[in-house]
Write a new protein. Structure first.
Length: 114
């Protein structure tokens, strides 16, 4: 089992930036997929960005060009740099690790509002 702890959420104005961090309790070197999901009130959880063990990335269309996912295998960390934030980005953001099972963090709230 992988324990994941997110941090870096908060309140930001439209157009602003935040950097989310996800700390894993085990080595992520061999974890093929590390992901960021989000869930807005009344909506289903959706995949925002993913990164493979060899650094290949994939993004939801809604965040392409604004968000960047990265991983530091030596530190067991995954990051989500979010720029040009919009009110519709408001959600709880979850870190996810796909091993033989789904591993989730507790989530961090991101609120984009003026």
């Amino acid at each position: 089992q992988v324990q994941l702890v997110e941090s870096g959420g908060g309140l930001v104005q439209p157009g602003g930036s935040l950097r989310l961090s996800c700390a894993a309790s085990v080595s992520i070197f061999r974890i093929d997929f590390m992901n960021w999901y989000r869930q807005a009130p009344g909506k289903q959880r959706e995949l925002v960005a993913s990164i493979t063990s060899n650094g290949r990335t994939n993004y939801a269309d809604s965040v392409k060009g604004r968000f960047t996912i990265s991983r530091d295998n030596a530190k067991n960390m995954v990051y989500l740099q979010m720029n040009s934030l919009r009110p519709e980005d408001t959600a709880v953001y979850y870190c996810h690790a796909l091993t033989y099972r789904d591993n989730w963090g507790q989530g961090t709230q991101v609120t984009v509002s003026s």
